[in-house]
Design a protein around this ligand. Structure first.
Ligand code: 4NP
Length: 161
């Protein structure tokens, strides 16, 4: 049966310029390719304020483009209390993000909050379920993050479609 309303998912990392916009963009692309655009509402946000209004990091844009996804339209924003009522699911990229999201979660917030890779069942590095922060890494770190996110996005699509 078709869900009554689109599934809304907010991806969250620290800066909202590397991991979470990539997670948003890659799933958006898969959703589009599968003709499911009306079934999902996707967004991303950061916990920090440093990059509000910025495009994703150039290295994120590059790795996405190399794999056929354009994310240049995305702009960083900070997670807000309203998000806990507006989204069905809030997915944290690492455990620090998860802790910080939970710390600001309103008592009556309706969103389910989970660790992104754990929710998708994609275990890495002794099943840590964390997407490593590539910000201080090189292009290879971004490539590794892309592959994790690509795998997780396929599973998310299957799980939630
Ligand atoms: P993200 O990566 O959380 O995946 O967007 C980072 C981006 C910027 C910073 C840290 C992590 N920063 O410290 O500015």
């Amino acid at each position: 049966m078709q869900p009554a309303h689109p599934k809304s998912i907010l991806f969250v990392c620290l800066g909202n310029i590397c991991r979470s916009p990539l997670a948003e963009g890659v799933l958006r692309q898969k959703v589009k390719e599968n003709g499911l655009a009306d079934r999902f509402l996707l967004d991303s946000a950061g916990l920090g304020a440093w990059h509000i209004g910025s495009r994703p990091d150039n290295r994120t844009i590059t790795v996405a483009r190399q794999h056929g996804t354009d994310i240049t339209d995305l702009r960083a924003r900070r997670i807000a209390p309203e998000d806990f009522y507006a989204f069905d699911l809030i997915l944290a990229m690492d455990r620090d993000n998860l802790r910080d999201i939970r710390a600001m979660q309103p008592r009556d917030g309706t969103a389910e909050v989970a660790l992104y890779l754990e929710y998708c069942g994609v275990g890495v590095l002794k099943r840590s379920y964390e997407v490593p922060d590539p910000y201080y890494g090189g292009a290879d770190a971004f490539e590794d993050v892309y592959h994790l996110i690509d795998k997780a996005s396929d599973i998310l699509l299957q799980k939630l479609r």
